[in-house]
Design a protein around this ligand. Sequence first.
Ligand code: NAD
Ligand code: ZN
Length: 348
Amino acid sequence: MAKIDVTSPENTYAIHISDGLLKEVTQRPSEFQIHHPIVVSNTTVAPLHAQAFADKLNAPLIILPDGEQYKTLEIVAGLYGDLLSAKADRKTTLIAFGGGVIGDSVGFAAASYMRGIDLVQIPTSLLSMVDSSVGGKVGVDLPQGKNLVGAFKQPKAVLIDTSVLSTLPDSEWANGMAEIIKHGLIADPALLDTHLHTRNHATELVRRAVQVKVDVVQIDPYEHAQRAYLNLGHTFAHAVEQVTGYQWAHGQAVGFGLLAAVHLSHDLGHCDLDLVGQVEHILKHTGLPTHITSDIQPQALWEAMHTDKKWESGHNRFVLLHEVGQPFIMENVSHEAVINVLERLRVE
Ligand SMILES: NC(=O)c1ccc[n+]([C@@H]2O[C@H](COP(=O)([O-])OP(=O)(O)OC[C@H]3O[C@@H](n4cnc5c(N)ncnc54)[C@H](O)[C@@H]3O)[C@@H](O)[C@H]2O)c1
Ligand SMILES: [Zn+2]
Protein backbone atom coordinates (compact mmCIF):
# COMPACT_ATOMS: atom_id res chain seq x y z
CA MET A 1 0.00 0.00 0.00
CA ALA A 2 1.29 3.46 -0.91
CA LYS A 3 0.76 6.56 1.18
CA ILE A 4 1.60 10.02 -0.09
CA ASP A 5 1.49 12.88 2.41
CA VAL A 6 0.37 16.22 1.05
CA THR A 7 1.06 19.53 2.73
CA SER A 8 -1.46 22.19 1.75
CA PRO A 9 -1.87 25.73 3.10
CA GLU A 10 -4.75 24.52 5.28
CA ASN A 11 -3.73 21.10 6.49
CA THR A 12 -1.70 17.98 5.91
CA TYR A 13 -3.47 14.94 4.62
CA ALA A 14 -2.68 11.54 3.17
CA ILE A 15 -3.48 9.98 -0.16
CA HIS A 16 -3.74 6.22 0.31
CA ILE A 17 -3.43 4.04 -2.78
CA SER A 18 -3.88 0.28 -2.97
CA ASP A 19 -5.75 -2.53 -4.62
CA GLY A 20 -8.45 -3.43 -2.09
CA LEU A 21 -8.11 -0.34 0.11
CA LEU A 22 -11.84 0.13 0.73
CA LYS A 23 -12.09 -3.10 2.69
CA GLU A 24 -9.53 -1.79 5.16
CA VAL A 25 -11.31 1.55 5.31
CA THR A 26 -14.60 -0.06 6.30
CA GLN A 27 -12.82 -2.01 9.02
CA ARG A 28 -11.03 0.99 10.55
CA PRO A 29 -12.72 4.17 9.24
CA SER A 30 -11.33 6.56 11.84
CA GLU A 31 -7.78 5.70 10.76
CA PHE A 32 -8.77 7.14 7.41
CA GLN A 33 -10.26 10.36 8.85
CA ILE A 34 -13.86 9.16 8.55
CA HIS A 35 -16.21 10.20 11.38
CA HIS A 36 -20.04 10.38 11.13
CA PRO A 37 -19.90 9.71 7.39
CA ILE A 38 -22.44 10.52 4.71
CA VAL A 39 -21.57 9.02 1.33
CA VAL A 40 -22.52 10.75 -1.93
CA SER A 41 -22.26 8.90 -5.24
CA ASN A 42 -24.10 8.65 -8.55
CA THR A 43 -26.52 6.25 -10.24
CA THR A 44 -23.68 4.36 -11.99
CA VAL A 45 -21.12 4.03 -9.22
CA ALA A 46 -23.57 3.47 -6.34
CA PRO A 47 -24.76 0.00 -7.40
CA LEU A 48 -21.23 -1.03 -8.46
CA HIS A 49 -19.27 0.12 -5.41
CA ALA A 50 -20.66 2.89 -3.20
CA GLN A 51 -23.74 1.11 -1.87
CA ALA A 52 -21.73 -1.77 -0.43
CA PHE A 53 -19.22 0.66 1.04
CA ALA A 54 -21.91 2.81 2.70
CA ASP A 55 -23.69 -0.27 4.02
CA LYS A 56 -20.52 -1.54 5.68
CA LEU A 57 -19.99 1.84 7.30
CA ASN A 58 -23.66 2.04 8.27
CA ALA A 59 -23.69 5.41 6.59
CA PRO A 60 -26.47 7.17 4.66
CA LEU A 61 -25.96 7.14 0.88
CA ILE A 62 -27.14 10.01 -1.30
CA ILE A 63 -27.30 9.21 -5.01
CA LEU A 64 -27.00 11.97 -7.62
CA PRO A 65 -27.65 11.61 -11.36
CA ASP A 66 -24.61 10.68 -13.50
CA GLY A 67 -23.10 13.13 -15.97
CA GLU A 68 -21.25 16.41 -16.47
CA GLN A 69 -24.62 18.08 -17.17
CA TYR A 70 -25.44 17.55 -13.50
CA LYS A 71 -22.36 19.36 -12.18
CA THR A 72 -24.56 22.35 -11.38
CA LEU A 73 -25.62 24.68 -8.60
CA GLU A 74 -29.12 23.15 -8.80
CA ILE A 75 -27.77 19.70 -7.96
CA VAL A 76 -25.65 21.11 -5.15
CA ALA A 77 -28.69 22.98 -3.79
CA GLY A 78 -30.63 19.71 -3.79
CA LEU A 79 -27.71 18.05 -2.03
CA TYR A 80 -27.76 20.71 0.73
CA GLY A 81 -31.41 19.75 1.30
CA ASP A 82 -30.56 16.05 1.43
CA LEU A 83 -27.75 16.79 3.90
CA LEU A 84 -30.14 18.69 6.16
CA SER A 85 -32.60 15.77 6.00
CA ALA A 86 -29.77 13.39 6.91
CA LYS A 87 -28.94 15.70 9.84
CA ALA A 88 -25.46 16.51 8.58
CA ASP A 89 -23.68 18.94 10.87
CA ARG A 90 -20.19 20.27 11.56
CA LYS A 91 -19.10 16.82 12.80
CA THR A 92 -20.08 15.08 9.55
CA THR A 93 -17.51 13.74 7.09
CA LEU A 94 -18.86 14.05 3.57
CA ILE A 95 -17.51 11.30 1.32
CA ALA A 96 -17.40 12.04 -2.42
CA PHE A 97 -17.50 8.57 -3.98
CA GLY A 98 -17.26 8.65 -7.79
CA GLY A 99 -15.53 10.27 -10.74
CA GLY A 100 -14.48 13.89 -11.11
CA VAL A 101 -18.02 15.18 -11.44
CA ILE A 102 -18.92 13.77 -8.03
CA GLY A 103 -15.60 14.92 -6.54
CA ASP A 104 -16.02 18.48 -7.80
CA SER A 105 -19.69 18.96 -6.93
CA VAL A 106 -19.71 17.11 -3.60
CA GLY A 107 -16.41 18.81 -2.74
CA PHE A 108 -18.05 22.17 -3.42
CA ALA A 109 -20.97 21.23 -1.18
CA ALA A 110 -18.49 20.26 1.57
CA ALA A 111 -16.71 23.61 1.16
CA SER A 112 -19.90 25.59 1.59
CA TYR A 113 -22.43 23.62 3.66
CA MET A 114 -22.46 25.18 7.14
CA ARG A 115 -19.37 27.18 6.06
CA GLY A 116 -17.49 23.97 5.44
CA ILE A 117 -17.52 20.40 6.68
CA ASP A 118 -14.93 17.65 6.40
CA LEU A 119 -14.44 16.02 3.03
CA VAL A 120 -12.95 12.65 2.10
CA GLN A 121 -12.46 11.92 -1.59
CA ILE A 122 -12.88 8.41 -2.93
CA PRO A 123 -12.16 8.84 -6.65
CA THR A 124 -13.30 5.93 -8.81
CA SER A 125 -12.41 6.93 -12.39
CA LEU A 126 -8.80 6.89 -13.55
CA LEU A 127 -8.98 10.62 -14.26
CA SER A 128 -10.33 11.49 -10.84
CA MET A 129 -7.66 9.34 -9.15
CA VAL A 130 -4.73 11.07 -10.83
CA ASP A 131 -6.12 14.52 -11.44
CA SER A 132 -9.31 15.97 -9.97
CA SER A 133 -9.15 14.47 -6.46
CA VAL A 134 -5.69 15.97 -5.87
CA GLY A 135 -5.13 19.68 -5.50
CA GLY A 136 -8.18 20.93 -3.67
CA LYS A 137 -10.05 22.55 -6.54
CA VAL A 138 -13.80 21.93 -6.34
CA GLY A 139 -16.72 23.52 -8.13
CA VAL A 140 -19.57 23.38 -10.59
CA ASP A 141 -20.38 24.50 -14.13
CA LEU A 142 -22.62 27.38 -15.16
CA PRO A 143 -24.67 27.46 -18.38
CA GLN A 144 -22.06 29.98 -19.64
CA GLY A 145 -19.10 27.66 -19.12
CA LYS A 146 -17.36 24.91 -17.20
CA ASN A 147 -15.98 25.26 -13.68
CA LEU A 148 -17.01 28.91 -13.36
CA VAL A 149 -18.02 28.63 -9.69
CA GLY A 150 -15.79 26.96 -7.16
CA ALA A 151 -13.52 26.97 -4.17
CA PHE A 152 -10.34 25.48 -2.82
CA LYS A 153 -11.25 22.70 -0.39
CA GLN A 154 -8.54 20.40 0.88
CA PRO A 155 -9.81 16.92 1.79
CA LYS A 156 -9.07 15.15 5.09
CA ALA A 157 -7.96 12.14 3.05
CA VAL A 158 -8.00 10.78 -0.49
CA LEU A 159 -8.68 7.05 -0.64
CA ILE A 160 -7.81 5.35 -3.91
CA ASP A 161 -8.80 1.72 -4.30
CA THR A 162 -7.59 0.72 -7.76
CA SER A 163 -9.73 -2.45 -7.73
CA VAL A 164 -12.78 -0.31 -8.61
CA LEU A 165 -11.19 0.39 -12.00
CA SER A 166 -12.24 -3.11 -13.10
CA THR A 167 -15.71 -1.71 -13.91
CA LEU A 168 -14.50 1.46 -15.64
CA PRO A 169 -15.40 1.55 -19.37
CA ASP A 170 -12.42 1.46 -21.78
CA SER A 171 -13.24 4.95 -23.09
CA GLU A 172 -12.98 6.35 -19.54
CA TRP A 173 -9.72 4.48 -19.01
CA ALA A 174 -8.32 6.21 -22.11
CA ASN A 175 -9.52 9.60 -20.82
CA GLY A 176 -7.61 9.11 -17.60
CA MET A 177 -4.56 7.87 -19.52
CA ALA A 178 -4.40 11.20 -21.36
CA GLU A 179 -3.74 13.02 -18.07
CA ILE A 180 -1.27 10.32 -16.99
CA ILE A 181 0.67 10.75 -20.23
CA LYS A 182 0.59 14.50 -19.55
CA HIS A 183 2.05 13.93 -16.07
CA GLY A 184 4.72 11.69 -17.62
CA LEU A 185 5.69 14.40 -20.10
CA ILE A 186 5.85 17.07 -17.41
CA ALA A 187 7.81 15.14 -14.82
CA ASP A 188 8.11 11.34 -14.91
CA PRO A 189 9.42 9.44 -17.95
CA ALA A 190 8.46 6.09 -16.34
CA LEU A 191 4.81 6.99 -16.95
CA LEU A 192 5.49 7.01 -20.68
CA ASP A 193 6.39 3.31 -20.72
CA THR A 194 3.46 1.69 -22.49
CA HIS A 195 4.11 -1.63 -20.69
CA LEU A 196 2.75 0.08 -17.58
CA HIS A 197 -0.42 1.20 -19.37
CA THR A 198 -2.64 -1.73 -18.39
CA ARG A 199 -5.15 -2.26 -15.61
CA ASN A 200 -2.79 -4.86 -14.11
CA HIS A 201 -0.36 -2.07 -13.39
CA ALA A 202 -3.00 0.43 -12.27
CA THR A 203 -1.70 0.81 -8.73
CA GLU A 204 1.84 1.67 -9.85
CA LEU A 205 0.56 3.89 -12.66
CA VAL A 206 -1.78 5.80 -10.36
CA ARG A 207 0.84 6.14 -7.62
CA ARG A 208 3.41 7.68 -9.95
CA ALA A 209 0.87 9.96 -11.65
CA VAL A 210 -0.52 11.17 -8.31
CA GLN A 211 3.02 11.90 -7.14
CA VAL A 212 3.58 14.21 -10.11
CA LYS A 213 0.42 16.19 -9.38
CA VAL A 214 1.19 16.34 -5.66
CA ASP A 215 4.69 17.65 -6.32
CA VAL A 216 3.38 20.43 -8.56
CA VAL A 217 0.44 21.38 -6.35
CA GLN A 218 2.56 21.51 -3.19
CA ILE A 219 4.90 24.03 -4.75
CA ASP A 220 2.02 26.15 -6.04
CA PRO A 221 -1.27 25.42 -4.23
CA TYR A 222 -3.15 28.46 -5.58
CA GLU A 223 -2.10 28.15 -9.20
CA HIS A 224 0.20 31.10 -9.60
CA ALA A 225 3.07 29.63 -11.59
CA GLN A 226 4.32 26.03 -11.71
CA ARG A 227 0.83 24.62 -11.49
CA ALA A 228 0.31 26.01 -14.97
CA TYR A 229 2.50 23.15 -16.28
CA LEU A 230 -0.47 20.88 -15.62
CA ASN A 231 -2.14 22.75 -18.50
CA LEU A 232 0.20 21.07 -21.00
CA GLY A 233 -1.94 20.28 -24.05
CA HIS A 234 -4.96 21.96 -22.52
CA THR A 235 -4.96 25.15 -24.58
CA PHE A 236 -5.46 23.02 -27.67
CA ALA A 237 -7.79 20.66 -25.81
CA HIS A 238 -10.16 23.35 -24.55
CA ALA A 239 -10.36 24.83 -28.04
CA VAL A 240 -11.25 21.44 -29.56
CA GLU A 241 -13.87 20.83 -26.88
CA GLN A 242 -15.40 24.24 -27.47
CA VAL A 243 -15.40 24.14 -31.27
CA THR A 244 -16.90 20.64 -31.35
CA GLY A 245 -19.57 21.58 -28.81
CA TYR A 246 -18.09 19.09 -26.32
CA GLN A 247 -18.50 16.16 -28.74
CA TRP A 248 -14.93 15.20 -27.84
CA ALA A 249 -14.36 13.81 -24.37
CA HIS A 250 -11.89 15.86 -22.34
CA GLY A 251 -9.29 13.07 -22.37
CA GLN A 252 -9.49 12.70 -26.15
CA ALA A 253 -9.02 16.43 -26.54
CA VAL A 254 -6.08 16.36 -24.10
CA GLY A 255 -4.48 13.49 -26.00
CA PHE A 256 -4.63 15.46 -29.24
CA GLY A 257 -3.55 18.60 -27.37
CA LEU A 258 -0.41 16.91 -26.06
CA LEU A 259 0.61 15.97 -29.58
CA ALA A 260 -0.11 19.49 -30.82
CA ALA A 261 1.97 20.93 -27.95
CA VAL A 262 5.01 18.80 -28.79
CA HIS A 263 4.68 19.63 -32.49
CA LEU A 264 4.63 23.31 -31.56
CA SER A 265 7.61 22.82 -29.24
CA HIS A 266 9.54 21.17 -32.05
CA ASP A 267 8.55 23.74 -34.68
CA LEU A 268 9.78 26.52 -32.41
CA GLY A 269 13.12 24.74 -31.97
CA HIS A 270 12.67 23.53 -28.40
CA CYS A 271 12.50 19.74 -28.59
CA ASP A 272 13.67 16.81 -30.74
CA LEU A 273 11.51 15.28 -33.43
CA ASP A 274 11.89 11.98 -31.51
CA LEU A 275 9.61 13.30 -28.79
CA VAL A 276 6.91 14.03 -31.36
CA GLY A 277 7.15 10.43 -32.60
CA GLN A 278 7.12 9.07 -29.07
CA VAL A 279 3.96 10.97 -28.10
CA GLU A 280 2.22 9.93 -31.30
CA HIS A 281 3.11 6.29 -30.63
CA ILE A 282 1.82 6.41 -27.04
CA LEU A 283 -1.46 8.05 -28.07
CA LYS A 284 -2.08 5.43 -30.73
CA HIS A 285 -1.28 2.67 -28.26
CA THR A 286 -3.80 4.14 -25.83
CA GLY A 287 -6.50 4.68 -28.45
CA LEU A 288 -6.39 8.47 -28.18
CA PRO A 289 -6.74 10.72 -31.24
CA THR A 290 -3.67 11.99 -33.09
CA HIS A 291 -5.63 14.10 -35.58
CA ILE A 292 -8.51 16.50 -35.86
CA THR A 293 -11.09 15.85 -38.52
CA SER A 294 -11.36 18.06 -41.61
CA ASP A 295 -14.59 19.68 -40.41
CA ILE A 296 -12.64 21.38 -37.61
CA GLN A 297 -11.18 24.69 -38.84
CA PRO A 298 -7.74 25.65 -37.46
CA GLN A 299 -8.77 29.30 -37.48
CA ALA A 300 -11.85 28.49 -35.38
CA LEU A 301 -9.59 26.72 -32.86
CA TRP A 302 -7.26 29.73 -32.76
CA GLU A 303 -10.22 32.00 -32.03
CA ALA A 304 -11.60 29.65 -29.38
CA MET A 305 -8.20 29.69 -27.65
CA HIS A 306 -8.60 33.40 -27.03
CA THR A 307 -11.47 32.79 -24.62
CA ASP A 308 -9.12 30.75 -22.39
CA LYS A 309 -9.36 32.25 -18.90
CA LYS A 310 -5.66 31.50 -18.38
CA TRP A 311 -4.58 33.89 -21.14
CA GLU A 312 -4.03 37.13 -19.29
CA SER A 313 -4.65 40.49 -20.95
CA GLY A 314 -4.57 39.24 -24.51
CA HIS A 315 -1.19 37.47 -24.26
CA ASN A 316 -1.49 33.88 -25.37
CA ARG A 317 0.34 31.32 -23.23
CA PHE A 318 1.31 27.79 -24.13
CA VAL A 319 2.99 25.15 -22.01
CA LEU A 320 5.75 23.68 -24.18
CA LEU A 321 8.50 21.11 -23.62
CA HIS A 322 12.27 21.22 -24.00
CA GLU A 323 12.23 17.49 -23.32
CA VAL A 324 10.43 15.04 -21.04
CA GLY A 325 10.46 16.57 -17.57
CA GLN A 326 11.35 20.07 -18.81
CA PRO A 327 8.15 22.06 -19.36
CA PHE A 328 8.17 25.84 -19.78
CA ILE A 329 5.71 28.61 -20.52
CA MET A 330 5.83 30.51 -23.79
CA GLU A 331 3.82 33.66 -24.36
CA ASN A 332 2.84 35.36 -27.59
CA VAL A 333 3.22 32.34 -29.87
CA SER A 334 2.51 33.46 -33.42
CA HIS A 335 -0.74 32.79 -35.22
CA GLU A 336 1.25 31.22 -38.04
CA ALA A 337 3.02 28.71 -35.78
CA VAL A 338 -0.21 27.52 -34.20
CA ILE A 339 -2.10 27.30 -37.49
CA ASN A 340 0.79 25.34 -39.06
CA VAL A 341 0.59 22.70 -36.36
CA LEU A 342 -3.19 22.43 -36.63
CA GLU A 343 -3.13 22.17 -40.44
CA ARG A 344 -0.53 19.39 -40.19
CA LEU A 345 -2.64 17.44 -37.71
CA ARG A 346 -5.85 17.77 -39.71
CA VAL A 347 -6.98 14.83 -41.84
CA GLU A 348 -8.16 15.75 -45.31
N1 NAD B 1 -10.95 19.64 -9.58
C1 NAD B 1 -10.00 19.48 -10.47
O1 NAD B 1 -8.84 19.86 -10.24
C2 NAD B 1 -10.31 18.80 -11.76
C3 NAD B 1 -9.29 18.34 -12.59
C4 NAD B 1 -9.62 17.65 -13.75
C5 NAD B 1 -10.96 17.41 -14.06
N2 NAD B 1 -11.93 17.87 -13.22
C6 NAD B 1 -13.35 17.61 -13.51
O2 NAD B 1 -13.56 16.21 -13.43
C7 NAD B 1 -14.68 15.88 -14.26
C8 NAD B 1 -14.29 14.69 -15.11
O3 NAD B 1 -14.03 13.60 -14.27
P1 NAD B 1 -14.24 12.10 -14.78
O4 NAD B 1 -13.50 11.92 -16.04
O5 NAD B 1 -14.00 11.23 -13.65
O6 NAD B 1 -15.78 12.14 -15.21
P2 NAD B 1 -17.08 11.49 -14.52
O7 NAD B 1 -17.14 11.81 -13.10
O8 NAD B 1 -18.22 11.94 -15.37
O9 NAD B 1 -16.82 9.94 -14.69
C9 NAD B 1 -16.83 9.37 -15.98
C10 NAD B 1 -17.86 8.23 -16.06
O10 NAD B 1 -17.32 7.09 -15.43
C11 NAD B 1 -18.23 6.62 -14.45
N3 NAD B 1 -17.43 5.93 -13.43
C12 NAD B 1 -16.61 6.49 -12.52
N4 NAD B 1 -15.98 5.53 -11.83
C13 NAD B 1 -16.40 4.34 -12.30
C14 NAD B 1 -16.10 3.00 -12.01
N5 NAD B 1 -15.18 2.66 -11.09
N6 NAD B 1 -16.74 2.03 -12.71
C15 NAD B 1 -17.65 2.36 -13.67
N7 NAD B 1 -17.95 3.61 -14.01
C16 NAD B 1 -17.34 4.60 -13.33
C17 NAD B 1 -18.97 7.84 -14.01
O11 NAD B 1 -20.18 7.53 -13.36
C18 NAD B 1 -19.17 8.55 -15.34
O12 NAD B 1 -20.23 7.98 -16.05
C19 NAD B 1 -15.00 17.12 -15.08
O13 NAD B 1 -16.15 17.74 -14.54
C20 NAD B 1 -13.79 18.01 -14.88
O14 NAD B 1 -14.10 19.38 -14.94
C21 NAD B 1 -11.63 18.54 -12.08
ZN1 ZN C 1 -7.44 17.87 -18.08
